[in-house]
Design a protein around this ligand. Structure first.
Ligand code: COA
Length: 260
């Protein structure tokens, strides 16, 4: 599969998906959004892919936001349509059924921060900067900034970012829980790959059900969330992977999961 605005390479079960508009700091124009959606659907269906690492091209930016040139031309109807299309693309990544890791290599602003937040794990290089600067432009976030950000960093930190538009440096993003790890820039992709290799060595069904239980549980009551968890816990008992994982532990050997 080839794209105009993305690079896609698969190695040892990991898909490396790179947004490739470095001259525009990888800003999300309509084509990037459409291609990311296509890529997410293709990666979901590709059985050879066990996990995805998403990053931005060049040394400066993960994604510096939605393309402001596009936004400047939008009206009521196409503006709403643009937000909905972006949100659908982010759902496609979030519901890929496989772990998606954002390797944030620079600016992650507006749609870039929102894109990173739709990924299951975020790690950042030391030069990364996160922000929701939409209010500087007189607009509100459209790709989940008002919704995923408070779920990840809490209401206070979210409103701080959303109302001030300040760029949050990587160590502060770590403190807020917006990222899980900060590493030197030249080690970012190696660290991302190392983390993803460790994750995809685990049971694929267990990984998928864990992501689903977290996401669905966050949208409901504790009691209902516990039921979702119990259902997943019961469901994995039907898998060969559970038998293999438990047996391997008892036999003091590494488990070989098949996703069955
Ligand atoms: N949309 C469209 N183009 C963008 C962009 C965006 N969100 N962010 C950066 N670019 C473009 C710039 O217009 C510039 O293009 P040009 O060389 O054709 O003029 C190029 O990317 C480089 O950006 P530049 O501003 O020159 O880099 P910088 O290092 O001086 O500043 C930023 C970097 C990220 C601070 C600055 O680009 C910025 O504030 N971008 C907008 C961030 C934003 O508000 N995002 C939310 C949008 S809803």
């Amino acid at each position: 599969m080839t794209f105009q605005t993305l690079l896609l390479e698969t190695r040892d079960g990991i898909a490396f998906l790179t947004i490739n508009r470095p001259d525009k700091l990888n800003a999300l124009n309509d084509q990037v959004v459409a291609e990311l959606h296509q890529a997410a659907m293709a990666l979901k269906d590709d059985a050879s892919v066990r996990g995805v690492i998403l990053t931005g091209s060049g040394p400066k930016a993960f994604v510096a936001g939605a393309d402001i040139g596009d936004l400047a031309k939008q009206g009521v109807i196409d503006g709403r349509e643009r937000a909905l299309k972006g949100q659908q693309m982010l759902y496609a990544l979030e519901r890929l059924g496989k772990p998606v890791l954002a390797a944030v290599n620079g600016f992650a602003l507006g749609g870039g921060c929102e894109l990173a937040m739709a990924c299951h794990i975020r790690i950042a290089s030391e030069n990364a900067r996160f922000g929701q600067p939409e209010v500087n432009l007189g607009i509100t976030p459209g790709y989940g900034g008002t919704q995923r950000l408070p779920r990840i960093v809490g209401k206070g930190n979210a409103l701080y970012m959303l109302l001030t538009g300040e760029h949050v440096k990587a160590p502060d993003a770590l403190r807020m829980g917006l990222v899980s790890l900060v590493v030197p820039q030249d080690q970012l992709m190696a660290e991302a790959e190392k983390m993803m290799k460790g994750i995809i060595a685990k049971g694929p069904v267990a990984l998928a059900l864990t992501i689903e239980a977290v996401d669905r549980g966050l949208e409901t009551t504790l009691e209902e969330g516990m039921r979702i968890e119990a259902d997943a816990f019961g469901l994995v008992a039907s898998t060969a992977d559970m038998k293999e994982g438990l047996t391997a532990f008892l036999e003091k050997r590494a488990a070989k999961f098949t996703g069955k």
